[in-house]
Unconditional design. Sequence first.
Length: 130
Amino acid sequence: MRFDHVGVAARDAAELAGLFSELLETPVAHEETFDGMRVVFLEFDDGGYFELLEPTRGGPIADYLDREGPGIHHVALATDDLSAALDRARDSGVDLVDEEPRPGAWGHEVAFLHPRSTGGVLVEFVDPDH
């Protein structure tokens, strides 16, 4: 596995993208509206990303913003075999949010691990090739 991105909950993804793009000299690599969110990916030279998540309707990110406010929402790790990564997590006793891979932003398959099993960190496994 390798680091893929950090997901950041934002009230205004475009405004935050503008700030980070200028401050960190990193371009917007991808933008879309997906699953009730405006999603903006900023790409770093090493291939990692900031994923900015702005809710366009109610849902998990809107709930997170109401509860916690803007900030880091999750950390994503890329894998070439998402099913095997989930099996390994399950076999290690980690509670899964997603028992099976599901569609994610940018056409990727994703699955989340529950933070109660991962030291309070919401971990996303992502297969960027799907």
